[in-house]
Design a protein. Sequence first.
Length: 260
Amino acid sequence: MKKQLTGIIFVFLLMVFHTHVHAGGMFGPPQTLSSTTGGLNTAIGFRYYTDTYKNHMHYKVRQNIIYSHAAWGKAGIWEIYARLAAAEMKMFDVFRFGSTVYGNGENDFRDTWQFMGTAGAKVFYPVNSFFGAGLFVQGNFNPGKYSDETPLLYNGSPLVADLKIKNLWDINFGGGLQLTLPYDIRAYAGPFVYLARADVRSSLNVPGLLFGTEKTVLKNRSPVGGYFGADIPLIRGFRLNIEGQYTDSFSAGAAIAYIY
């Protein structure tokens, strides 16, 4: 069993990193995955989160996220879950300059992996053996900070602007309908609403820079979205979950779960 699990994990991660799967926050099927009598299920997954944040301008945000997932509940009724993840960050066109500043670096903000956490809960109502509906709430928080810098020239003086992004969080609430197909394949779809925030601050106050030393709060541009996916049984308690989402842009992702 351990050899089989290791092999599946390896193949899954290899597939993810070589095909660049796009993934947003995974909500999963409305029907809970815990055993009928109640118990634990775990998963590993990859998410590629894309969104647009705004203040007076719009910024595309991208995060690659690898996570582990643990849930406890009862099949077809309720479930609570938590995730521990590592995520990197890219925000496009942050280092753009006005006419008073001359930059000689990249326009995009980039930083490497930081830890983040997720907590969520879901409930499910089976109308019959083929059809059901559910609700979920899920929140994500990144306690660390991302940092990047760019060299620039202002009034003939060379400077370095250090930009920090921290306190990234979002909360999602939604519902979904699920259809159970032959071979216990669960297809699902539904809407959700969400709120996302991030704090941004620069090390410099220079006219022409988009951000200064005062904290700027960025918000998600689109407060609503839709999601759809499929949960597919594999072997001996393993299941594959594939999910897509659309908010301001399209995302999709995958995870492999094991039911104890």
